[in-house]
Design a protein around this ligand. Structure first.
Ligand code: FAD
Length: 465
């Protein structure tokens, strides 16, 4: 009798380097099954839209090679065993996910299925290497990125498995659930701009990878300039698994004869974030440095509103927050500036900012996001020290000199001369008038004064030092 294997589809919506799908496809009939389970780490609103669009594409990709993506919803540990029974599958394969609660749940589920005589195999399909592979000699986790990076670079990253080109699927009766039933698309079409900016699916991801291959030699110098567009914009595809990080690693280290290591370093930050998350599961909620538990944060609803709406009066922060709202993405340098402004100028807890990002980013990723926020806030391992407080105006002058990025996202400032675009409140009255800007009407005055806010943050830090 031909073996039937259920392959759980999760954050791996691709045919290339999909170990679970590849191995199952070599062994017999395959049932790719997506179970929508919001009981653990439910996706944010922007991510739901992205998930829907990518699942649509993936369904088509599987059909094109003879497969059929099945949908169901509910708790994985309750729904999957029903499918095993219903389809008389002999095996269940999946690529491992590394959110600690999900990982533990999956482990338990694997044991239960195995106890029922089902063959369970799990594979690496999310990271370059599993989080337990790169540890110090005594088995303890690295807390410093550079050491992690050096250790990982000494280890061979496995080659991607071949792309799945055909599937044999069994006939399944009663497959009544459709993607639309998950209601991932919001009722109000606030995602109109996102539809224009992002092409979902594996093909679009590969296209971006190829486009970036032509720019990668400029990445080291150009990556900090938000208007330059010299970064890969692959994070949304990595987050959903439309592209495999191992494929990216091998593509850029072997096929591209240019300086690619600065880019590889960023991919390894992603592995490092997961290692921190797996070893310190509290990191999305709690500061990794104990002393930050006593930090006195502020709750100021009007400051919060100004930040999320992109109306703080600091144009670079506002441009970033508006880019995020419109596109579900924000440039890395601007993420750092906006996050620093929230946690240090406004003293609003980083966890609140992190939650907002998780809800609005299409690349929302618990490991990278909590790493990013703890790094900026100064409470994480290997972080930027708390006393190093970004001056948003200087950052803006340095990384968006002509204000190209600001003009794109804060159009009410588009006619202000570059000299004043980083800090419109310092522009003389006639300049503002000629530029058609009425401060306090068209564009806000700064919600806090930089110098005073900086001092307040430093004083607050003194209390826990
Ligand atoms: P590139 O510069 O082209 O880098 C290539 C890839 O390397 C990225 O796609 C990403 O997978 C990885 N990478 C790059 N920088 C980092 C980093 N600092 N940490 C970990 N991995 C990195 N990234 C997310 O994927 N999801 C998040 O939710 C997220 N939240 C963040 C929150 C804050 C406050 C900060 C400061 C950073 C956050 N990042 C997050 C990291 C980083 O900003 C994005 O990965 C990057 O901007 C994505 O753009 P790109 O694909 O063009 O990156």
């Amino acid at each position: 009798m031909t073996k039937t294997t259920i392959v759980l589809i999760r954050q791996d919506l691709r045919l290339h380097d999909h170990p679970a799908l590849y191995h199952a496809s070599k062994e017999g009939l395959v049932i790719p099954l997506y179970i929508h389970d919001e009981s653990m780490s439910p996706p944010g609103e922007a991510r739901k839209w992205w998930l829907h669009r990518n699942l649509e594409q993936y369904e088509k990709s599987l059909e094109a090679i003879g497969g059929c993506l099945l949908f169901d919803e509910g708790k994985l540990e309750e729904v999957l065993p029903k499918w095993v029974k219903k389809t008389e599958a002999a095996a269940v394969y999946w690529n491992r996910l590394y959110a600690p609660d999900i990982f533990e749940r999956d482990k338990k589920l694997a044991e239960e299925l195995a106890a029922d005589g089902i063959e369970v195999k799990t594979f690496e399909g999310t990271l370059l290497l599993p989080p337990w592979k790169i540890t110090k000699a005594d088995g303890s986790p690295y807390k410093v990125y550079t050491s992690y990076y050096k250790a990982l670079r000494k280890v061979e990253v496995p080659k991607p498995v071949p792309t799945v080109k055909s599937l044999s699927a069994p006939e399944i009766a009663d497959n009544e659930m459709q993607l639309e039933d998950f209601r991932l698309l919001p009722q109000i079409r606030w995602y109109k701009i996102m539809e224009k900016v992002w092409d979902p699916g594996e093909k679009a991801a590969i296209k971006r990878m190829k486009r970036f291959s032509k720019q990668v030699q400029d990445y080291d110098e150009g990556r900090d300039y938000p208007a330059a567009g010299i970064h890969s914009t692959l994070s949304p595809y990595l987050a959903i698994g439309a592209v495999s990080v191992r494929s990216l690693f091998h593509h850029f280290t072997e096929k591209i004869e240019k300086q690619t290591e600065p880019f590889i370093k960023q991919l390894i930050w992603r592995d490092f974030s997961y290692s921190v998350l797996m070893h310190f599961p509290q990191s999305p909620e709690e500061p990794l440095h104990e002393k930050f538990k006593a930090f006195q944060w502020e709750e100021n609803a009007s400051h919060w509103k100004s930040w999320i709406k992109g109306r703080t009066g600091y144009p670079i922060v506002d441009a970033g927050m508006r880019e995020l709202w419109a596109t579900g993405f924000m440039h890395n340098r601007v993420r750092m500036i906006a996050a620093s402004f929230l946690t240090k100028h406004l003293l609003i807890p980083w966890q609140k900012g992190a939650d907002w990002f998780m809800d609005t980013l299409i690349d929302a990723d618990t490991a990278n996001n909590s790493m990013g926020w703890q790094w900026v806030a100064g409470s994480g391992f290997d972080s930027s020290p708390y006393f190093r407080i970004f001056n948003p105006t200087l950052q803006s002058e340095k990384f968006d000199g002509e204000g190209e990025y600001i003009r794109m996202w804060v159009p009410e400032l588009k006619d202000i001369p570059s000299k004043y675009i980083h800090s419109p409140s310092t522009a003389p009255a006639d300049v503002l008038e000629e530029s058609g800007v009425k401060l306090g009407v068209d564009y806000p005055y700064p919600v806090v004064d930089h110098k005073a806010a900086r001092q307040r943050a430093l004083d607050r830090f003194e209390e826990i030092k």
